[in-house]
Design a protein around this ligand. Structure first.
Ligand code: HAM
Length: 415
């Protein structure tokens, strides 16, 4: 039997209906924040991701040569594509530009619970603005999305990658090796960061300073430890969040992010219920446009790991009740089949989702099938009722039956 490739999944109808439902909730929140949807290709020139995504993403890239000998990659994320799209076709639009997207991304990772090779992100980019309020707007939307989905136990942490970048530069880490160090700090792999920093000639004292910074976590008061503009910036971000009624995030100067392009505020949300793969959302401010041939434009964005957040909701016991269909039409005898088909067509035309027995089943089996597709009503079409231009309408949840004129059927079901 051929299975779907490792790290990928099929979504059966119940699961798919649930996913669409929640995905649309996220779309709704994005629209209420004034963002508009975009879509970019699932594959891109590999270079787009090689330019700035950093070592983490590179080793996980699904890249291949196409028949025209072009280096192609399946997108591992959608920020670089969104900014490429902006440079190609939106750079003259009035700023700020607010876009959102939903789609699959691909990373060659070791699959485990909450970590897939094909996974879905719901993300947004606010392009062309660099103010604390921009950052707050983006965090507020991420936070609204998590709340709109109904997840209860989650934590948002915000930090500033500029502070850490400056610190490691001051300690003597060469610019081109910063990503290597940040990658270790991101995963809090201090044992591995230590020899690396030593090799780069960083003193023990500077090293302790760096590790101290990445362990700086707390309320707004920890910003006292952040020198200069970055501290003021984050204070303003927090003030705007408060004004917008967003629950206060934790300040965590150890938020590094796995991707390489961030320059300023960075944030992550996690759902503790998920264990190892608990990060459900991540983002921050960055500049990428200049790498793709555009002017340098500041942006802030984030992406929600859609699969992970659904998993977290499931762990909290949130259940989704699939909708089913409005009506299932059952001909009592073969003689009423054509009329049943006519009635089914009339229901569909009237906006009632309906289905009809097409396998010639007897009444009991047809009704059983109607339950399995979660039909709200069965429309039973018998010869004697048809003579009165009527059918029997059976409420599938109570079993109550009554005679309804065919002319009134759509209205009755829609009631
Ligand atoms: P990221 O943190 O790499 O950021 O991914 C965003 C989210 O995608 C993660 O927080 C996680 O929930 C989910 N995710 C990542 N990898 C996997 C996987 N293998 N399986 C399941 N879920 C996964 C970005 O991709 C940035 N583009 C976010 C951003 C937008 N920054 C600025 N704008």
């Amino acid at each position: 039997m051929i299975q779907c490739p490792r790290g990928t999944r099929d979504f059966l109808p119940d699961e798919m209906e649930k996913r669409r439902f929640y995905e649309n909730r996220l779309r709704h929140v994005a629209r209420t924040f004034g963002f508009r949807e975009v879509e970019t290709p699932i594959f891109e020139e590999a270079e787009l991701f090689i330019l700035r995504s950093g070592p983490n993403v590179l080793k996980e890239l699904y890249a291949f040569k196409d028949k025209g000998d072009r280096e192609i990659a399946l997108r591992p994320e959608m920020t670089a594509p969104a900014i490429r799209m902006f440079v190609n076709g939106m750079s003259n639009d009035p700023k700020p530009i607010k876009v959102f997207y939903f789609g699959q991304c691909f990373r060659y990772e070791r699959p485990q619970s909450g970590r897939y090779r094909e996974f879905f992100q719901f993300g947004a980019e606010l392009i062309g603005s660099a103010t604390p309020q921009t950052d707050a707007e983006v965090i507020a939307m991420a936070s609204s999305m998590i709340r709109a989905l109904g997840l209860k136990d989650y934590k948002v942490r915000i930090g500033h990658i500029g502070v850490l970048r400056q610190k490691i530069a001051d300690a003597g880490v060469p610019k081109e090796r910063a990503a290597e160090v940040l990658q270790k700090l991101d995963k809090k792999l201090y044992d591995e960061a230590e020899p690396l920093l030593k090799e780069m000639g960083v003193s023990d004292e500077s090293m302790r300073d760096i590790f101290d910074l990445t362990e700086t976590v707390g309320g707004i008061e920890v910003l006292d430890k952040v020198p200069g503009e970055a501290g003021d910036w984050l204070r303003q971000v927090v003030a705007y969040l408060e004004a917008m009624g967003v629950p206060a995030p934790e300040i965590d100067l150890g938020v590094v992010r796995g991707l390489d392009y961030y320059t300023g505020m960075v944030f992550e949300a996690e759902a503790p219920a998920l264990g190892a793969e608990k990060q459900i959302c991540g983002g921050g401010s960055y500049t990428l446009s200049q790498l793709f041939g555009g002017e340098e434009v500041f942006s802030t964005g984030f992406a929600v790991g859609f699969d992970r957040i659904l998993l977290a909701m499931e762990k909290e016991g949130q259940e989704y009740q699939p909708e089913g269909i409005d009506a299932y039409v059952v001909p009592v005898t073969d003689e009423t089949r054509l009329s049943s088909a006519r009635i089914t067509a009339m229901l569909r035309e009237g906006g009632v989702s309906s289905d009809m027995d097409i396998m010639g089943r007897k009444m009991a089996k047809a009704l059983k099938y109607a339950s399995s597709v979660r039909a709200r009503y069965a429309v039973i079409v018998g010869a004697s009722e048809l003579e009165k231009d009527s059918v029997t309408l059976r409420d599938m949840s109570t079993g109550d039956q009554r005679l309804v004129a065919i002319a009134d059927l759509v209205a009755e079901i829609k009631k």
